[in-house]
Design a binder for this molecule. Structure first.
Ligand SMILES: Cc1cc2nc3c(=O)[nH]c(=O)nc-3n(C[C@H](O)[C@H](O)[C@H](O)COP(=O)(O)OP(=O)(O)OC[C@H]3O[C@@H](n4cnc5c(N)ncnc54)[C@H](O)[C@@H]3O)c2cc1C
Length: 322
């Protein structure tokens, strides 16, 4: 039977918490993964369309991270496994670029990965069966008798333990506006980076992203405009819809629209170190503020590294390299 010395609580069921919990479970540590959300995923969030009055109810839409890339060999290997299992799919290596008045060209870059069932499904399907998952569990106090890994934005982690250093890095807010149309009436695009616009920074074609071609767009509102609407995200919808129609040259209006607020969408910069761990090893913090973030890949690397460090400390060994 395992003693308390081999137990860890991971708070935060986004990709960093999932990666951390998995490594610990694989090392034989008893892990409880607690998240306040009804479902896991964190900012890899997909919401199910309901009551839209269109044919697309029951379909997931990505309202948080748009996609992810993979550079480091260990994350590339993980993505290869997800791809082979059909959990993720290579989406595109080319996005359009636009100015306020319309599309200006195409820009190629690294392969962007998406998930046919929504990015949330990546996190939900990756959890090791040995991890005890408690969702809908808003943690307000840390357990005092076992190590804790806080896998979340630092401003949220500091609400639980104010000894965690405040890096004073600014976190940008984003309001994500989902637009469901009756039919497609825009140019062939996967996604559009919108430059020099006061309303939008990005539009994703969710139908192309998911691979079902549904006429669904998700637009990200400029951080400055988002910051002014965090108390009432719905109030920004008319401006956002007008900007989507202007940038893509769409005549139709969406049949259904929804706005989702991310107060801590992304840190403006990130630490190169993989995680923070208190000197006594009792409290660790991981997420996309570390490992060079602020991206899904960094969050995974950070959670994975913190999990390995905690497991090594508990076994008395030094953290192993890969
Ligand atoms: C709009 C948007 C667009 C983005 N686009 C991209 C992109 O295109 N590519 C990319 O790579 N990355 C993108 N990102 C960033 C990416 O989503 C994050 O880097 C990554 O998902 C962070 O994962 P995480 O596990 O560190 O944190 P999170 O996903 O934020 O997980 C933290 C979890 O902690 C839980 N939690 C917090 N406090 C408590 C508490 N007290 N009790 C219990 N649970 C708690 C939360 O519910 C949450 O589930 C985007 C993010 C947003 C919001």
């Amino acid at each position: 039977m395992m003693s308390n010395a081999r137990r860890v609580t991971v708070v935060g069921g986004g990709i960093s918490g999932a990666a951390c919990a998995n490594v610990l479970a694989a090392a034989g540590v008893q892990v409880t993964l607690r998240d306040r959300g009804r479902r896991l995923g964190g900012r890899m969030a997909s919401r199910m369309l309901r009551d839209t009055g269109t044919a697309h109810d029951g379909r997931p839409v990505d309202i948080g991270a748009s996609y992810f890339t993979a550079r480091e060999p260990e994350f590339v290997a993980q993505v290869d496994q997800w791809t082979a299992a059909g959990v993720v799919r290579p989406w595109t290596d080319s996005f359009h670029v636009a100015g306020p008045e319309g599309i200006e060209g195409v820009r190629s870059g690294p392969m962007r990965f998406a998930a046919p069932r929504g990015l949330r499904s990546v996190v939900e399907s990756m959890i090791d069966a040995r991890v005890e998952v408690r969702s809908g569990d808003d943690v307000t106090e840390l357990p005092s008798d076992e190590p804790v890994a806080l896998c979340m934005p630092v401003p949220q982690a500091r609400r639980l333990d104010d000894r965690i250093p405040d890096s004073s890095i600014t976190w940008e807010p984003v309001i994500a506006v989902t637009c469901v149309f009756d039919e497609r009436s825009w140019p062939d695009i996967d996604g559009v980076f919108v430059n020099d616009d006061l309303v939008l920074t990005w539009i994703a074609d969710d139908g192309r992203r998911r691979g079902d071609d549904a006429p669904v767009l998700v637009a990200h509102v400029h951080p400055v405009l988002s910051a002014g609407h965090l108390q009432d995200p719905a109030a920004v919808v008319p401006q956002a819809v007008a900007a989507v129609r202007r940038v893509l040259g769409v005549v139709d209006y969406p049949a259904w629209v929804d706005a989702h607020r991310w107060t801590f969408a992304k840190p403006l910069t990130a630490h190169p170190e993989p995680y923070w761990l208190s000197p006594d090893g009792r409290v660790g913090v991981a997420g996309d503020l570390w490992a060079g973030g602020p991206r899904v890949e960094a969050a995974w690397l950070s959670g994975d590294a913190l999990g390995r460090a905690l497991a090594s400390r508990m076994s008395g060994a030094q953290p192993s390299g890969r």
